[in-house]
Design a protein around this ligand. Sequence first.
Ligand SMILES: NC(=O)c1ccc[n+]([C@@H]2O[C@H](COP(=O)([O-])OP(=O)(O)OC[C@H]3O[C@@H](n4cnc5c(N)ncnc54)[C@H](O)[C@@H]3O)[C@@H](O)[C@H]2O)c1
Length: 270
Amino acid sequence: MQFDGKSVVITGAGSGIGAAMARAMAAKGAKVCVSDLNLEAAQSVAAGFGGLAVQCDVRDEAAIQALVAQASKVHGDVDIYVSNAGLGKGDPSHAASQSNEDWELNWQVHVMAHVYASRVLLPGMIERGSGYLVNVASAAGLLNQIGDAAYSATKHAAVSFAESLAITHGADGIGVSVVCPQYVATPLIGLSDADADRAANLLTADDVAAAVITGVEENKFLILSHPDVATYAAHRGKDHQRWITGMQMLRAKALQEFGSISVSSFYKLV
Ligand SMILES: NC(=O)c1ccc[n+]([C@@H]2O[C@H](COP(=O)([O-])OP(=O)(O)OC[C@H]3O[C@@H](n4cnc5c(N)ncnc54)[C@H](O)[C@@H]3O)[C@@H](O)[C@H]2O)c1
């Protein structure tokens, strides 16, 4: 789908990849609704291009319904909805050590938010025979994020839900993309553009936004801003046992080099 003149909503767009996508899609001529839990952050991004800012906690189905209603009223029926909000807590110690509350938080933000948005948008999109759902998952949804079991499990679920959307609604004229970046210099992993300048394996949020624009314009299901992820996923599919051994070695190397498992350091090893 092309962006010019389209009504676009992006969640978690007050920061990082969401903010970069908002700016890039607005530059392509889209009418962009910038939504975030943090209203001030959303307003600051929207002010950069005269967009609409709406506060929304994506864990709340009624809030997502209200977001879609407000964006539709101001910009017209939503053509492209980007479920981007996300978070990472990390395992305090062993792989089951995150609290039930944090597992539930990951599940709500990374999976149910995508379900809630699809539930409110699909009937209208099916009726119009047009619409596009972009779900931002992660390379962790195809592979694994060492040191964050809840993030990995829920991002896998996000990829699976996007597959269900694409399989079920392709014939309805609805496009679906799932975005699976590896390391991106944003507050989520405690890094900035300056870090990305120094590292080949660490992209900026703008790099990912550019990949998403191209992917949506080409109606690509799987958007991989980091091409190596396709190779790693193929290795995993071909020989899962060997892939697990490789990941165990990567984890041991991180412990040896950094003394602990830190998501903000892994890009230095891959
Ligand atoms: N940074 C990376 O390395 C990386 C890699 C792969 C995937 N991702 C994914 O990209 C997406 C964007 O992450 P980012 O790196 O730009 O992070 P970020 O921390 O810069 O931005 C995330 C935004 O989501 C918002 N948010 C969090 N919980 C919310 C909620 N309940 N309701 C509404 N908004 C909420 C935050 O306020 C924040 O503005 C996430 O889904 C993340 O999992 C990031």
